[in-house]
Design a protein around this ligand. Structure first.
Ligand code: UTP
Length: 295
């Protein structure tokens, strides 16, 4: 059996239409929108590399090649920056290509997150028993939860998802887990999932976040589920099928922050949050924001 802690491939589904970011996404994939000066997808690649992944499988669609293209080296630009003595910029430009090996797989039609993840199977080696999936819209802070999820898979087998503990009155926009306790307060066994329940109907306060460590059995499950709402193949339906068939599924409850880069409102918050911590822009932004809010 391959070492469960050695998780080789991290899948980044990035073939969606990004309709909430129109009109920008007519021309620029939302995964390349900058958080201060760095595209969201670079933050995700860094997190995958930190968790020990060796390849990033970017699921893309025709016309969104620039997302994977961003990870290619830029030798002419590098030479120019070097000649001009711009060391700090050179380092920034070289960071993404040096993080992790990037491969592209295509999803030719946006038939849902489950369908996007299914496309990754063709790029896996035969002995890969599990994959990580990172939704590039979702910034989970601080990083490190994937490492904990990989450990939980090593202990308990099966698949491990990430959850946030959300106040009950704010739970209704989320996918919510039906769980039972394990010996660890931050690890729960999952029995089911309810999409967007009312606060009264929510089976717990644990809401799904965009990080998954999925057993390879997910691909077989994805072949067996029926399309749901909008003709889309839902990843959660495939996870539910695995649970129903007795496959162990757990969550790791992440006690930290989160940003949703997938809509302009969440994106603005993430941008401001990162900018406030930036050594060059943080102090003056804080002063300006305070003045702006007073007037
Ligand atoms: P979202 O539903 O948040 O992204 O899917 P979207 O469809 O691009 O955005 P809107 O709703 O139109 O604004 C979550 C992630 O799954 C990917 C998206 O690219 C996003 O990263 N996805 C979604 C796919 O790769 N393929 C799909 O068919 C659907």
């Amino acid at each position: 059996m391959s070492q469960p802690s050695v998780l080789r491939s991290a899948v980044v589904p990035a073939a969606g239409l990004g309709t909430r970011f129109l009109p920008t996404t007519k021309a620029v994939p939302k995964e390349l929108l900058p958080v201060v000066d760095t595209p969201g997808v670079e933050l995700i690649a860094a997190e995958a590399a930190e968790a020990g992944a060796q390849q990033l499988l970017i699921v893309t669609s025709p016309g969104k090649e620039s997302v994977a293209g961003y990870f290619e080296a830029a030798p002419d630009l590098e030479k120019t920056l070097e000649a001009r003595g711009k060391e700090a910029l050179l380092e920034k430009v070289q960071r993404a290509p040096g993080l992790i090996e990037v491969k592209t797989v295509y999803q030719y039609e946006p038939k849902g997150l489950g369908h996007a993840v299914a496309q990754a199977e063709q790029a896996l080696a035969e002995d890969e028993q599990a994959i990580a999936v990172l939704l590039p819209d979702d910034i989970v802070l601080p990083t490190g939860v994937l490492n904990r999820m990989i450990e939980v898979r090593a202990e308990k087998g099966g698949s491990v998802l990430c959850a946030f503990d959300i106040p009950k009155e704010e739970i209704s926009p989320y996918g919510v887990f039906d769980v039972s306790d394990t010996g660890d307060p931050d690890v729960k066994q999952v029995h089911g999932m309810v999409e967007k329940p009312s606060a009264e109907e929510a089976p717990s306060t644990f809401a799904a976040a965009g990080r998954y460590v999925l057993d390879r059995a997910i691909f077989d499950a994805l072949r067996r589920i029926e399309p749901g709402a909008g003709g889309e193949l839902q990843l959660t339906d495939a996870v539910q099928l695995l649970i129903d068939e007795g496959h162990p599924v757990h969550i790791v409850v992440h006690r930290g922050g989160r940003h949703d880069l997938g809509n302009p409102g969440g994106y603005v918050r993430a941008f401001v949050d990162f900018a406030l911590q930036h050594p060059d822009y943080g102090a003056s932004l804080r002063t300006w924001l305070q003045e702006r809010l007073e007037n």
